[in-house]
Design a protein around this ligand. Structure first.
Ligand SMILES: *Cc1c(COP(=O)(O)O)cnc(C)c1O
Length: 423
C-alpha cells in the first residue's frame, strides 16, 4: 500500500525509497530496517549538539506533564518568560524584545512585518525590501519574495512582491555589491529594510562572504536609515563558529531571526528579536498601532522549555570548544579530499564544509537540478550516510557531537562516489 504522506521537496514520481526512522541519537538516525545512518546534514540544519540530547528531551517531558498550548495574546507563562530573559542575556544587548513564532519562515515574515510596521507607525511609510542575490529565507509567499527566484518558485512568481536585489559579493566584485546596496538604499523609493543571511548563503549553495563585507553592508544601511534584518535561522547557534555569525563582523542588526537550533533542533520554535526603536514604534495607547501578528502555537510552552534547556547546554557544556574542534576536524578532511580533480572551491566556515563536484561530460541539468545531487545522495544512502547536496554543491554540516569514525564515513562516501563515476 502506498503512503498518503506527501513529502516536502520530494518527487514521488521518481519512486526513490523513503526510509522510516524509529529513533535518533547523537549524530545518528536509526531506521526501521535496522540501519544506523550518519546524519551529515543535521537533519536539514536543525540539530546542533546532537539528536535527542538528554537534557532537552527531559525538559520536553517535564513541561509536557504540566501545560499544553495556551493563548499568548495578553497571556503569558514561565517557559516563555524564562526563555526571553535567557535569550536577551546571551544576545547583543540592543536586541531587547523577543517575539515568538514557530518556524524560520514565520520568523522572517514577522521581521518583514515589524520593519514595515516601524515605518508606518513613525509616519514615514516605506515598503521596499532589499535582498542579496542567491538568498533563501523560507518557502512562504513573503519569504519567497525576498529570496532567489528559480525552478522552486516559478509557478508562484506572479504572487511574489517586487524587491531590490543586491548582487552577491563574488570574491573579485565586493565593491559592486556595496555600490549597488548604497544606490538601492537611497534610491527614489527609499528602502524599508535589507534582509541578509550573515556570512553564508545556505540554500543558495553555501556561498561564503567575509565579515568585513557584512560590516560594510550594515554601515551602508545605517547611513541611509534602512533597517538591517539578519536572518540567522541557519547561521545561528554556533554553526559558523560563533554563537551568531554577526558577531564575526562586530555588528548588531535591528531585527534578528532565529529558529532551527533554538531548541537544539528538537521541536519547532522561532524568535524574532528587535531593538527598542522597533518595539517603541508599536508602543502606544492606540490599538491600531499594535503589532498585528500571531500564530495559533505562538510560544508553545513545551517548545520554550526545550529552548531553555538548549540555552542551559550552551551555558554548562563546552559547546564553543566542541564547535572549534569540529571545525578543525572538518578542515583536515576537506584538505585531503580537495586534491581530487573533480572537486572545486573547497571552503569552510565554522562547522560547515562545502565544495562543488564537477559534472561529467553530457550532463543535461545545472544548478539545483544537477544530477550530481540525487546521485550522491543515493550513493551515500547505500553507505548509511545522509547527504543532500544542493545541485552540484556538496556540504557537510553535522551535529557538533559527531565522532571521527562517523566523519570519516561521510568523507569516505564522497570519495567512493567520485571513484565510482565514469569519466
Ligand atoms: C531554513 C531557513 C529558513 C526557513 O526556516 P523554516 O523553519 O524551514 O521555515 C529561513 N532562513 C534561512 C536562512 C534558512 O536556512
Amino acid at each position: 500500500m502506498t503512503s498518503p504522506v506527501w513529502h516536502p521537496f520530494t518527487q514521488h514520481g521518481l519512486g526513490a525509497p523513503i526510509p522510516t526512522v524509529v529513533r535518533t541519537e547523537g549524530a545518528a538516525l536509526h531506521t526501521a530496517d535496522g540501519r544506523r545512518v550518519v546524519d551529515a546534514i543535521s537533519s536539514w540544519w536543525v540539530t546542533t549538539h546532537g539528536h535527542s540530547h538528554p537534557r532537552i528531551m527531559a525538559a520536553i517531558a517535564e513541561q509536557a506533564a504540566t501545560m499544553d498550548q495556551i493563548i499568548f495574546a495578553g497571556w503569558t507563562h514561565e517557559p516563555a518568560e524564562r526563555l526571553a530573559r535567557d535569550l536577551v542575556a546571551i544576545m547583543p544587548e540592543e536586541l531587547s524584545h523577543v517575539f515568538y513564532s514557530d518556524s524560520g519562515s514565520t520568523a522572517v515574515e514577522v521581521a518583514l512585518k515589524m520593519a514595515l510596521g516601524y515605518w508606518a507607525n513613525i509616519g514615514a511609510p516605506r515598503h521596499r525590501i532589499l535582498m542579496l542575490e542567491h538568498s533563501y529565507h523560507g518557502d512562504t509567499i513573503g519569504t519567497m519574495s525576498v529570496g532567489a527566484r528559480g525552478v522552486f518558485n516559478r509557478a508562484y512568481a506572479p504572487l511574489l512582491f517586487d524587491v531590490g536585489t543586491v548582487p552577491f559579493p563574488e570574491p573579485d566584485a565586493h565593491q559592486a555589491t556595496l555600490d549597488a546596496l548604497d544606490r538601492l538604499c537611497g534610491g527614489p523609493e527609499p528602502a524599508a529594510a535589507f534582509i541578509v543571511e550573515p556570512l553564508v548563503l545556505g540554500a543558495g549553495g553555501m556561498k561564503l562572504y567575509p565579515p568585513a563585507l557584512l560590516a560594510e553592508m550594515q554601515r551602508i544601511c545605517a547611513h541611509h536609515g534602512v533597517l538591517f534584518i539578519a536572518d540567522e535561522v541557519m547561521t545561528g547557534w554556533g554553526r559558523t563558529g560563533t554563537l551568531l555569525a554577526c558577531e564575526q563582523a562586530s555588528i548588531v542588526p535591528d531585527i534578528l531571526c532565529l529558529s532551527k537550533g533554538l531548541t537544539g533542533g528538537a521541536v519547532p520554535l522561532a524568535v524574532t528579536l528587535a531593538t527598542d526603536a522597533i518595539f517603541d514604534a508599536h508602543l502606544s495607547d492606540d490599538r491600531a498601532r499594535m503589532f498585528f501578528h500571531s500564530s495559533s502555537y505562538t510560544a508553545n510552552p513545551i517548545a520554550c522549555a526545550a529552548a531553555v534547556a538548549n540555552l542551559g547546554i550552551w551555558r554548562d557544556e563546552p559547546v564553543r570548544a566542541r564547535i572549534a574542534d569540529l571545525g578543525a576536524r572538518q578542515q583536515a578532511r576537506l584538505d585531503r579530499i580537495a586534491t581530487h580533480p573533480a572537486i572545486r572551491n573547497p571552503r569552510r566556515l565554522g562547522t560547515i564544509a562545502a565544495f562543488e563536484i564537477t559534472q561529467t561530460a553530457g550532463a543535461d541539468h545545472e544548478g539545483y537540478l544537477s544530477a550530481i545531487g540525487p546521485a550522491l545522495m543515493a550513493h551515500a544512502g547505500t553507505h548509511d550516510v545522509l547527504l543532500r547536496p544542493l545541485g552540484d554543491t556538496v556540504y557537510v554540516m553535522p551535529p557538533y557531537c559527531i565522532g571521527d569514525a562517523d566523519l570519516d564515513a561521510v568523507y569516505g562516501t564522497v570519495t567512493s562516489f567520485l571513484e565510482g563515476r565514469r569519466s
